[in-house]
Every structure is written in C-alpha cells, then in structure tokens.
Ligand binder design. Structure first.
Ligand code: CP3
Length: 345
C-alpha cells in the first residue's frame, strides 16, 4: 500500500515526495472525455460507477500518489435546496440565487446519506476498487467559496453581491454561512465514515477578500468545520487550500488544518517560515508551467522540492487545478520528475 501521501500530511519521514494534482480527474485526459460523453457533468457526479472510473484514471495513467474523488464543491448547495445547473462551457449556474431572508430560510441542512448518498456510494466503491493502491481524498468547498456561487448565481468577477450582503446585511450573511457550515460538517464526517482517507477544503475565492474581511467573513467558518471534525474523532488529515492566499497565511495557519495548500504566488520556503512547525505544505507549481519543455519543467520541479524541504512535510501539487489544454504526457513527466528527484537513497 502506498501511504506516502498520508505520511507526508502528518509530517512523517517519506521515501520520496508524494504528488497529486487538483482537478486531476478531468478534461485534460482523453479517457475522461470518453466517460463524460455518456453523461452530463452532474449525472456523472451522481453515478458512482462513472465517478469512480474517472477518479481512478489519473492513478493508472499519470501515476499520482493519491486519488481525489470526482465530484464538485457545489453538490452541497444543491443538496441544501438551491437548484444547480452546469451549462456546457459556461460553468455552474444557480437560477434561483440566495439573496434574501426568505431564500436563506428555505435552505435545509441536509442529511448527507439521504441527499448526498451518491457521494458516499462512490467513496465506498472507490475504496474497494482502489484496493489500497493509493489513499482516497474527499473534499468540500469552504463556506465562503460556496456562498459566493449561491449569492452571485454562478461565477463572478468582482463578487459585488456577496460583498454587498457581507457589508449591508451581515446577519443574513452569517445565517447563510452558518447553514452552509453545518451542512459541510455533516457532509465531511459522512465522507470520512464512508472511507475518505484525507479531506480537503477548497477556498477557491478566499483571495478576493481583504485580510480583515477574511478574518471576519471566511476563516471562522472553516475553523468551525475543522474543530467539529477533530472533536468528533475524525482522524484523517485535513487540508485547507485558500487560493490566492499568500497574504492570508498568518491567519490560515491558525485554522487547525494538518496541511495548507498553496498556489504559486509564494515560494514554499517563505511560506514554511510563516507557517512554522507542525503543519505540512502542499503545492505549488503554476499549472501553466506544465507547458514548459522538459528541461525547464524539471528545473521548476527541483526548485519546488528544494523549497519544500523547509516545511514539516511536503506534498507536491499544482498551485491550482490542471487545465484542460495540458497534454497528459506533460503531467506524467512532472509526476515522474517529482518521484525521481525527491527519492532518498
Ligand atoms: O480535483 C479533482 O479532480 C476532483 C474533482 C473536482 C471537480 N471540481 C471536478 C470538475 C473538484 C475537487 C472540484 C472542485 C471545484 N468545483 C472547485 C474548487 C476548486 C477550484 O478549482 O478552485 C470549484 C470552484 C468548483 C466549481 C466548478 N465546477 C466550476 C467553476 C466549474 C466550471 C469551470 C471549469 O473548470 O470548467 C466546475 C465544473 C467541473 N468540476 C469540471 C470538473 C472535471 C468540468 C466539468 C466538465 O466535464 O465539463
């Protein structure tokens, strides 16, 4: 069994640096498109056999050291009662955005086995099919990031409506975030119970907040999730990824996570200095750097591995999701380079 990823998360010694890629189960793989052509994106999320199949693809094809469940952060808002649509090539849409008291009151805190049973079924199936080859990572969106989609009605440029609610209706914002937080706690507990061996919280939009607002409107909810999980005895490594969060690290290090994920805008050794001992780091190659010729790409990999030595545990990853345009051979070259260059005697 390859437990290198789990050991690195806990800051334990490893034979080589483990590597996986955010969005590794996705559109850069022709094999993904073959499965995807038979389903809509959401139907694929809700069909455990299909979700399991594309989850395993990068393990077999690219050689990563962990599998991440194929799903989406937005299944939680949907389970809470906000209808969700994915429009081809336009991303997620909430046709009934959550912008007032009545809309917040209508949302439920779903029983995960009832409303999100397909996720737990996929996890159980994956644990069987992976047969301990590599660990399985489960995930959820951070409350702030999920809230932006629910309030804006989809992706956003300047997050005007989200910030408008934060600033002009803070109580309403708080009630919405409380509901998302409670739902996420139950959801992540259920994932761990179903067999997820690590859990990542994606805060993709944290970086649009001023440090002061991150402290008030985003971080406390993530803290609450992590405390609740730890208090209830969930003992899998917890990873917090705040995208574009280099300027928020002083705060993120207090969130209680075992691992902090980093984008490419900060060097790992600098981040390690800020974060201090007891927390592993995950990252942080610019996804576009996968387009570099092999010699230059290898140089980048080597530099990140070197900087990662400053941390109490390093998991190699991209600084954000792999892009659909990336040739799979380049991803494979990167993964092989991480293994080759980091191997201890
Ligand atoms: O990492 C993995 O391989 C696991 C699967 C995964 C997906 N989405 C699959 C997906 C994970 C972990 C996510 C998380 C997610 N989803 C985030 C947080 C991570 C991040 O990237 O910041 C966010 C913000 C979303 C919301 C979302 N889902 C958007 C904005 C989009 C459309 C934009 C895009 O990249 O096309 C999606 C769709 C989506 N989620 C796809 C995949 C493979 C593409 C769907 C397709 O096949 O058409």
């Amino acid at each position: 069994m390859n437990t290198t990823f789990l050991q690195a998360c806990r800051g334990e010694p490893v034979d080589y640096t483990p590597v996986w890629m955010m969005r590794q189960a996705g559109r850069y793989l022709p094999e993904y498109h073959t499965v995807r052509s038979k389903y809509t994106f959401l139907d694929m999320c809700k069909t455990p056999e299909a979700a399991a199949e594309v989850t395993i693809q990068p393990v077999d094809l690219i050689g990563v050291d962990a599998a991440i469940l194929f799903s989406d952060i937005l299944v939680i808002p949907e389970a809470m009662g906000a209808p969700l649509e994915f429009h081809e090539n336009r991303g997620p849409v909430f046709p009934e955005p959550v912008r007032d008291q009545a809309a917040v009151d209508r949302l439920i805190v779903p029983d995960p086995e009832d409303k999100l049973g397909y996720v737990m079924a996929a996890i159980r199936l994956l644990r069987k099919e992976l047969a301990n080859k590599v660990p399985l990572i489960g995930f959820a969106g951070a409350p702030f990031t999920n809230a932006t989609y629910m309030i804006e009605g989809g992706s956003s440029k300047n997050f005007f409506l989200t910030k408008k609610m934060m600033y002009t209706a803070p109580e309403l914002y708080g009630r919405l975030l409380d509901k998302i937080t409670e739902s996420t706690i139950l959801y992540l507990k259920a994932q761990a119970a179903a067999g997820a061996q690590a859990l990542q919280i994606f805060d993709s939009w944290a970086g649009v907040l001023a440090p002061r607002d991150f402290a008030e409107f985003a971080l406390p909810y993530v803290k609450r999730i992590i405390s609740a999980l730890k208090e209830s005895g969930v003992d899998v490594p917890l990873i917090y990824f705040a995208n574009n969060g280099a300027t928020l690290l002083e705060q993120s290090k207090t969130v209680g996570a075992d691992v902090l994920g980093l984008d490419w805008r900060i060097n790992l050794d600098e981040a390690a200095k800020i974060v201090g001992p007891g927390i592993a780091l995950q990252g942080n190659l610019d996804p576009c750097a996968l387009l570099l010729p092999h010699d230059k790409l290898e140089e980048r990999v080597a530099r990140i591995l070197e900087q990662g030595k400053a941390a109490d545990g390093h998991i190699f990853n991209l600084g954000h999701g792999i892009l659909p345009e990336i040739p799979p051979e380049q991803a494979k070259f990167m993964v092989d380079a991480v293994h080759r260059l980091s191997r201890r005697a």
